[in-house]
Structures are given as structure tokens and as C-alpha cells.
Design a binder for this molecule. Sequence first.
Ligand code: PMP
Length: 393
Amino acid sequence: MRDVRGDFPIPSRTFAGRPLVYLDNAATSQKPRAVLQAMQRFYEQSNANAHRGVYRLAEEASAALEGAREAVRRFIGAADAAEVVFTRGTTESINLVAQGWAARRLRQEDELVVTELEHHSNFLPWQRVAQQTGAKLRVLPVDFLGAPQFDELGAHTKLLAFSQVSNVLGTILPAKRLIQAARARGAAVLIDAAQSVPHLPLSVQDLDCDFLAFSSHKMLGPTGIGVLWARRDRLEETEPLLLGGGMVREASVEHSTWLAAPQKFEAGTQPIAEAVGLRAAIEYLETLGMDAVEKHARELSSHAVRQLSQVPGVRVHAALAERAAVVSFQVDGAHPHDVAASLDQHAICVRAGHHCAQPLMRKLSVAGTVRASIQIYNTLAEIDLLAAALAEL
Ligand code: PMP
């Protein structure tokens, strides 16, 4: 991992003579030079609109976009690149399923189920669907370590939506068991993979889910692009939310028809350079191997739980073995924002607050937590710096 670190410009920065310790990777990750260079190369050599022109430069741009789609397909183990829809990120992907699929299909007698630890991006869209359709929104309780209780799945459940990894507790949910439980009741499953795709090897065919949403910027790629993967039949059932150029088969004054997925959902000019950057991020992760990436996150987060638990006055919220790259904690007598501001004096970047998961904060009976989150360039020594700074505080 020492070799990896040199690939990333920002982790080498200093603030007032102190080396930067970037531990806010669940919010967004840093980018390796390979990603930045791939985007620059695209703009310097191949920039044109995709799927518009017949000249060779435009064909290069189209090939760049479709090459990125194929890289995503491979990375998430999808059967067909046509199942990979580019969006702006996890939030947009989930809203597309909520409004384009669920709001049109659910009825009053149906139920939508989420878990108690969802990010607002995987909670508010379903709350609106429930209001629009009269369907009931149920919340699957989690215990204090983030393990879901299965009891709330009923015969009327039409959709189960859950995040595979909690952005607050780092808990890796038992996705396969949840999916099987939902399937047994005939329900569709959406996985919010914002915190899992960057850290775990994953295959949508193996998981057997219906929808999977994630963002490029948390997995070493650029902002402005993300993915909705869905099984082909689900994409056929989903209506596009954005209408316009690039998604139309035939338009007339009376009636218009759409192209097949993924173009049906990609109206307007696509984020082509960002797609190129996402592909470079995927190839970078593939070179490291996702098994090694996962192992590194587990090692560092276990080390963080051990080290932070030994600091007097620090209460760590995660104790599960099934934990990915996130550790949340509390410092007795100090507001999380004050802890984060104090750590910034040590050039340590952590997040403080409710982490867009207010229902979970209520469950934990806290206003917020401090969150340290890890990526491949972080080191055991950085975790020790965090523990030392907390001990001083
Ligand atoms: N879900 C989870 C679990 C997240 O952690 C995040 C990002 N914090 C999101 C959804 C939203 O991702 P984005 O802001 O990239 O749309």
C-alpha cells in the first residue's frame, strides 16, 4: 500500500507542516493520477459528443463512453452492458427507480421496505413513493451493531431497498440472505451500493438483485457520474424521467417512442470524460484486486476499532466483524463537530454529523457521530495518528 500512496496527489499534501490524513473517504475518495490523466487525454485527443457524429473523432468519443460501460459491466459481474445506465450518482439512480418504476407500479395494498440504517438518498425517494401511491413504507429494524431483523418482510412487500454497507456503522449487511427473503415473498430488491462497490468484490448475477446503484466519486473516479444497473426486464418496466435528445427512436407531434435501455435513460449529452475517468478508476482497482482492497479496509477498520476503543472517553459504535471501511465514534462531553474541528488542527479530515442518516441517529440516541472512513491509500500509521490526536483531545 506504500506503493499505492504515491499514485494519489492529495494524500501527499501538508497543512501547516503536518502531513494530511484524509479519513473522509465515505464522503468522497481521492483520485489516482491514472484517472486524472485519462480524463485529460480524452479532452486533449478525443473530445466530441458521443452517439451524434459520423466522423472519426465522434466515433472515438462514442467508443470511449461504451468502453466505460463495458468496464462497469465487467466490474460488477453483469451479464450485458445494456443493463448499465449512466446517471449522476447513487442518488439519481435511486430516484430513477423510485419514480420510473416504483411510483408507477405500486398500489395501496403494497409495501416498500427499507432498513433503519439507510442514507437519506435511499429513504426519502421511497417515502415520496409511499405518499404518491398510498403504499406502506416499512422500516426493517437493525440492532445496535447494524444487523437487520428480518421480521418486517411480509407477503405484500413489493420492494426491499437496503444499503449493502452502512455509511455510518460500516456494517456489511447480509445481502444474500436479505435478497433471498425478499425473493421468497416475490419482492424486487434494490441495493444501495454506494459504500460497497468501492470496497468489496461484488457480482450482481451472484447477488441476484434487481437494481444496484452506486457513485463513481467514492471509488476513486470523478464526480458527476454514477451507475444504475438493473436486470433487463426491470429496465423495460421502468419509464425514463428525462426526455430529450439521444433517447428517442421516433418523435412526431402526436407520439414519440424511446430507444431501448440504456439509451432510453440517457437523454442529453452524457458525462463522457467522467465515464473515461470511471473506467480508469475501475482498471486501477482491478489491478490491485478487490480482494486486496477489501482486506486492507478490514485490517485498517479493525485496527481503528481496537486503537480508538483504548482511548479514554471514546465510544466506538461498530463492534461487528462484518465491517467495511467505516468506523463511527463518540467522544464523551464533546460535540462531534468540535471533535472534527479539533482533529483538523492535526490535519486529520473526518466527518461529523448525522451522515444523512437521521433515522439511525435516533435509533442510536445520538445527535451525530464522528466518522473515520478508509481507502486504499490510508495506512495503519494514520489510524495511530487519529488515536493519538483523540487521546490529546
Ligand atoms: N447511499 C449511501 C450509503 C451513501 O453513503 C451515499 C453518499 N454519502 C449516497 C447513497 C449518496 O451518494 P451520492 O451523493 O454520490 O449520490
